[in-house]
Write a protein that binds this ligand. Structure first.
Ligand SMILES: Nc1ncnc2c1ncn2[C@@H]1O[C@H](COP(=O)(O)OP(=O)(O)O)[C@@H](O)[C@H]1O
Ligand SMILES: [Mg+2]
Length: 509
């Protein structure tokens, strides 16, 4: 995998150039933390707790991640080379409650079973937590290489975008760990609807170790005013940044996750200005923006006129081979087993989503263990599917019902099923032709392409039926994708729940 090179090797490494322990770094204390039901809320952004990763247990990074250059967080000369740090030391994770409620709640299937049998399962299959190390992290080598290259060689800013649950935060964790080991200072910020530019930048500047600023002025006993003044400021505007960053001597990466959640135009305008200013004034600072969007415009909208300064990278879905690796690695780690038929069912139902692969494996594993077995069978998968459907997002269920309601027949339900079973590209797009063939293969009936196209057009039209988005340019066959990234799996899970996994031949899908 492409990794950051340790740039400390290539330049003067005086005593003050050593990496300083990062107060915002969530390493160590949190890395052994087990998942809690609360994680589901955090990872999916329903809570409103924005802030640096140091205060966000879900973003913990274990110290033993990738085998690569650099030896981790310890300064080269051992602990005595650390400077006095008066900032607060991170405390151990706060113990979490283990209470298991019997009432049903939203996402109740994230309720943790107690007992050692399922402990491993919960550690390995983590639908509600991003990956924090390479141990269960699959695929994404090309994307990570692009990000590393953009930052390291092009000194560019990066925008990583894609659907909810596709793996953005996980990529951010891997990038952060790799960069830290190479000697970068990495600061991470998770936005919420209330995030302001001032808070983000102030916290960022405060997180920068003093040693990352002008060493020469410190050596001469001069205060590093151009930088220090910002540490105490309550408010930092975009134009203050060029001064602040002018005194940096080491490379810094600021990862801003859940960028789409901010509900404040001023934030986006100032971020745009800041990125331009930073691009003009220093190549030591790279900003990595992550958020939900099918297109760059979805994420940046008209807010950011920074296309020239950034490298945009859309995260693709995982392919089936990668999902197979995920499940095969997971079963070894969790001490469970399943045959290829079960594995293929989970892979096919996941439709490229690592989130669904984790969720189905976790929930079927629980059913197996409830039978006192560590071998997952198709009945366990079926039981997991009905668990998932029982608590599915009501917005998706309502949208499905509106889309398939017709006065006359079930035709629209067939069209939606065709859309869900159609082969799709790396970004989830399918064609009318693909939907037709897959639907015929699946139902054994034949359909007219014209009717399929009309049906898809109806599902794309604005109004209560709309569940699809159409893409395309003149002369190229149109492609479609679901507006809501959970819809494809919902339709499939629903179908399998009604008609059984046996009739469900993964070769047809
Ligand atoms: N490359 C990967 N390998 C294995 N699991 C992954 C990978 N990427 C994401 N996941 C899993 O998928 C789910 C969603 O990942 P996350 O990074 O939170 O997505 P996003 O930030 O895009 O919403 C989590 O369960 C995470 O553990
Ligand atoms: Mg995320």
């Amino acid at each position: 995998m492409a990794l950051f090179k340790d740039f400390r090797d290539k330049r003067d490494t005086g005593p003050s150039a050593r990496p300083v322990p990062d107060p915002w770094d969530p390493t160590a204390n949190d890395s052994q933390r087990l998942p809690s039901p609360d994680d589901g809320v955090k990872a999916y952004g329903n809570g409103s707790t924005g802030g640096y990763a140091g205060s966000k247990p879900g973003a913990a990074e274990p110290s033993s991640a990738f085998p690569m250059q650099g030896s981790g967080k310890e300064p080269p000369n051992g602990p005595e080379s650390r400077r006095e740090d008066t900032r607060p030391v991170k405390e151990p994770a706060i113990p979490s409650f283990q209470f298991t409620s019997t009432s049903t709640s939203k996402q109740g299937y994230f309720r943790r079973d107690t007992g050692p049998a399922t402990e491993k399962l919960w550690e390995v299959f983590t639908p509600s937590r991003p990956q924090t190390s390479d141990q269960m992290f699959v695929g994404r080598r090309a994307v990570i290489e692009k990000i590393v290259c953009a930052i390291e060689q092009e000194h560019a800013h990066v925008v990583v975008y894609g659907g909810r649950g596709i793996g953005k935060t996980s990529v951010g964790n891997i990038i952060a760990a790799s960069a830290r080991r190479a000697g970068y200072h990495v600061a991470r910020f998770t936005c919420d609807s209330e995030t302001s530019f001032e808070r983000l930048m102030r916290d960022f500047l405060r997180s920068l170790p003093v040693d990352f600023t002008d060493r020469s002025s410190r050596a001469m006993g001069l205060p590093n005013e151009s930088f220090d003044q910002f540490r105490d400021l309550e408010s930092v505007g975009p134009t203050d940044l060029s001064n602040a960053f002018g005194s940096l001597i080491d490379r810094v990466i600021l990862i801003v996750d859940e960028f789409d959640r901010v509900n404040n135009k001023d934030f986006y305008r100032k971020m745009s200005e800041a990125i331009k200013i930073i691009s003009d004034s220093t190549d030591l600072v790279s900003i990595v923006i992550m958020g939900i969007g099918k297109t760059l415009d979805d994420l940046l909208g008209q807010h950011l006129s920074i296309q020239r300064q950034i490298k945009a990278i859309r995260l693709p879905l995982l392919d089936n081979a990668e999902l197979e690796v995920l499940l095969n690695q997971g079963k070894v780690r969790a001490g469970i087993d399943f045959d290829d038929v079960v594995r293929d069912s989970i892979v096919t139902l996941s439709r490229g989503s690592p989130y669904y692969a984790h969720l189905l494996a976790l929930l079927s594993g629980r059913h197996a263990m409830a039978r006192k077995s560590n071998i997952i069978n198709q009945d366990d998968v079926r039981a997991a599917i009905s668990d998932i459907l029982a608590e599915f997002d009501p917005n998706v269920i309502n949208a499905y019902e509106r889309a398939t309601q017709t006065d006359t027949n079930t035709f629209m339900a067939d069209i939606v099923l065709g859309a869900a079973v159609a082969p799709f590209d790396a970004y989830g797009r399918f064609t009318a032709e693909g939907a037709l063939k897959a639907l015929e293969g699946y139902t054994g009936r034949s359909y007219e392409i014209l009717n399929i196209s009309r049906g898809l057009a109806r599902l794309n039209r604005d109004g209560p039926h709309k569940i699809l988005e159409k893409f395309g340019s003149p002369g190229v066959p149109a492609t479609y994708d679901f507006v809501n990234p959970l819809m494809r799996q919902y339709v499939l899970l629903r179908q399998v729940n009604q008609h059984g996994l046996n009739q469900f031949d993964s070769n047809n899908v």
